[in-house]
Design a protein around this ligand. Sequence first.
Ligand code: MG
Length: 384
Amino acid sequence: MNTAIIVAAGAGTRLGTETPKQLLPLAGKTVLARSLDAFEAAESIDAVVVVAPEHEADRYCRNEVPSGVRKVTAVVGGGAERQDSVSAGLAAVPDGTRVVAVHDAVRPLIRPEDIDAVVRAAEESGAAVLGTPVTDTVKRVENGRAVATLDRSTMWTVQTPQAFHLDLLSEAHRRARDEGVTATDDTALVEQLGRPVTVVAGRRDNIKITLPEDLRIAERILENVPRSHRTGLGYDVHRLVEGRPLVLGGVTIPFERGLLGHSDADVLSHAVVDAVLGAVSAGDIGRLYPDSDEEWKDAPGSVFLNGAADALASAGARLANVDAVVMAQRPKLAPYIGEMEAAMALALRVAPARISVKATTTEGLGFVGAGEGIAAQAVATVVL
Ligand code: MG
């Protein structure tokens, strides 16, 4: 198996008052979350170790690894220098790791296919790095004056990820530690062992977020990357009983019976919540709000819809639309449809036009037709 070490150990300022670059927002997600997403999608990577700032591993584990990210096997604290942080990550890679890919979290525009290319190259040659040829003319500048023009024809700038056989990188770090050597990247340490490093042609848009203007450049690059869509499905049923109000889509509807449940049993809202959660792989309503928890007793559907909206936001996703259908033999729901759409849109914090509700009978068939219960289905599409 192959493991990525994502180095996110940079502190803000020395005072710790400024948000470190890996946690800055970039088009709706943190810089770190964007890097994690790319490794989640890379076929060549099986596990991910995140290196957080020293003493912040727990907090990063809780707050900074999005719930949709499944490959993270460890979050560890880093050291004072980048090299110390990579060493800390190396100590935490899972057993059976053959190739490690070291990536700086502050390169959030890395593409999964480029991760795969550099990992495959390292599998074959032992060490590989993404790079691009230098196209500008490079000068040596001293005291504000150009004193020499370098031959750019053999010059490349290298990026991350940088991938290595685990034993090779471990040996390079051990040697560097013993000899007190520091380097700005891992390939330099491997070169010092006399081992060649394959350079895989990367892309110039795999930029490093170093200056505030880099975030704006990254945002512009992202605008041109096709967005991905995801869809979730929700289904729910509740039993109709005497002595309960009937609430559907957050709207109380006059009827002689109502739905039975631990919460207010708003079957339509529940189906919509499950659809939205499903679209970002954030679990389901039963898992997030268990019946055993008294906090959710008689809770209105809007509470769960709010929670689903939060889950979308933390996944960096936007709701494109929800389409739902309520299956009820009686009462007639047509007069309440617009109100249900508006109420659920409000709870999901989107425009009502993004929510569609339909109602149908089941022609007297099944439990719905017999008036024993009401069912609802929903699909939600989100844009990432
Ligand atoms: Mg339910």
